[in-house]
Design a protein around this ligand. Sequence first.
Ligand SMILES: *Cc1c(COP(=O)(O)O)cnc(C)c1O
Length: 468
Amino acid sequence: MRDTLRRPPPTRRSWAEPFRIKMVEPVRTTTREQRERAIREAGYNTFLLRSEDVYIDLLTDSGTSAMSDWQWAGMMLGDEAYAGSKNFYHLEEAVRKYYGYRYVVPAHQGRGAEHILSRVLIKPGDVIPGNMYFTTTRLHQELAGGTFVDVIIDEAHDPASEHPFKGNVDLDKLERLIREHGAARIPYLSIAATVNMAGGQPISLANLREVRRLAEHHGIRIILDATRIAENAYFIQQREPGQENRPVAEIVRELCSLSDGATVSAKKDALANIGGFLAVNDEQVYDEARNLVVVYEGLHTYGGMAGRDMEAVARGIAESMEDEHIRARVGQVEYLGNLLADWGVPIVKPIGGHGVFLDARAMLPHIPQTQYPAQALTAALYLDSGVRAMERGAVSAGRRKETGEEYLPKLELVRLAIPRRVYTQAHMDVVAESVYFVHQEREKIRGLRMTYEPRYLRFFQARFEPVE
Ligand SMILES: *Cc1c(COP(=O)(O)O)cnc(C)c1O
C-alpha cells in the first residue's frame, strides 16, 4: 500500500482495453517441484506440457483468444446443415467485405488452406519466393514438390535492427531469383503480413506495391499469408508516412488488393478458437480448390468447421479490424516488450505485433546453437514461474529438404505470444519479472540434446534432455 502512495503523480494519460470482463476462467499456480516433474515428463518441450500445469500460457496466440459476447451469441445461431449453412454465407460476406477477395474456400485452419493452395498452384520443381518461411506454409510447399526461397531483407535476420518494416521483400534478391529460375517456374510469391518467424514484423505498403509491380511485370501471382494482416495494417498506420489517418480496415483492403489471394488462419487476427480459409480472385483457381476441399477438409460450404465456428469467424473478422481493438492488442504486447527492454533483456526490436521475442543467442552465448539455446530458455522460464513460451529457432527451422542437415537460423528466439483479450496488465508484469529473474541467472542454464525427432514439424513433438 505504502508503495502505491509513494508513486509520483502521472505524467501521461494511459490507454485501456476497449472491453470489460464478463466471465473468468481460473488459472492454477504450481510448485517448483511440480514444474520440475512436468517439464521432465514433457521432454523439455513446452508443447508436451499439460495446460493444467501452466500458469500463464504464452505458447501461442493461435486459437487462444477470448471471444466477445457478440461472437458467443453467434455460436448459438450455428446452422449445422451439411450443405449451404447460412453461417458460411456470413463468412463469405465478411471475407469479401474486409479482405475484398471474390471467392472463399473454408478450411479447418490455416494449414488446411495452405495444403489446398499448394496442391492447386505448385508443380514439382517450382520455386516459391517469400518473406521468410513459416513452418506449415513451407512444408506444404515442399510436399507439393516446390522449394521455398527466402527473399526477405537482411535486417529481418538481425534481432537488433530497428528497421520499422522488417517484413519487407528485398527486391534485388527477388529479381535475381526470377532471372535465375524464370517466371514460369515461380507459381506465386508467398508474402506474409506480418512475418511471424521474424518476430511479428510488418511489410510496408510501399514495399508491397513495389513487389506487385515486379510480379505483374513477370506475370507472377502474389498470395498473402493474411493470418495477422490487421496487426500489419496497424503498424503501417503507426509507422508509414502518409498512412496515419487511415483506418486499419482500409489499409487491410489495400494490402489485399495488391495480391491475388490469401490463406488465413482464423485462429489469430480473427479471434476465433478454430477455423481458416483460402480466398482468391481467379475463378479457375477457386474451381480447383473447391474440388480439392471436399477431399481433404469437407464440403465447400463448411471446410471442416461447424456452422457455429464459421459464425464466430465471420464476427471475429469484423471485430479484428476495429482500430480500438487492434491498438489495445498491440499495445499490450508493447507494454510487455518495453518492460523487458528497459530491464536489459535482449529482445527482437521493434517489438512485434503478436508477441515479444527473446534473443536466446544473445542471452545464452555459452550454449552452442546445436544444443538449442531457445528451447533450453523456454524450459527454464517454465521452471521459474509456470509461464509457457515457445521455441522459434533451430528446432522450429528443422532440416534441409535436400541434404537433411539442420538449419541453424540467425534468429534463435523464444516467443512470448500474447493471446488476444485474455490476460491483464498484472499478468504481463508477472511474466516480465519471471523473464528478468531467468535472465539474471542465465549462466546456470544448460543446453539440450534431442532424444526424439519427428519427421515433420519436429518442434511440436520433439523430446530433449539436458546435456551434462
Ligand atoms: C498459424 C499460422 C499458420 C497456420 O495456421 P494454423 O491455423 O495453425 O494451421 C500459417 N501462417 C502463419 C503466419 C501462422 O502464424
